[in-house]
Design a binder for this molecule. Sequence first.
Ligand SMILES: [Zn+2]
Length: 94
Amino acid sequence: MNVTGRSQCFLCGSEAICVNTDFGKRKFYQCSNEECGDYEISLNAMHKMENAPSQKQQVMRQVRMYRGTDKMIEVIMGPDNQIMGNPVPRNRQL
Ligand SMILES: [Zn+2]
């Protein structure tokens, strides 16, 4: 079940559209901020990054790099429990 709604971007706090994906285990954000962009992030990664502003900025830079391309950044927890930002095709576009 996808719930579409206006929300605040997890990375920068700007107005964004947020959709639950992967059966609620991830969220897709489409951010209105030109310095930010579209990305999908797992709830685990969100939890890990909640109090890590420098990590958010790092991911935001990656997200921005792919703004306007046919890819977006997927933010997930890697096997070593570190945050990973992977460019993936936009197959879950709105
Ligand atoms: Zn943003």
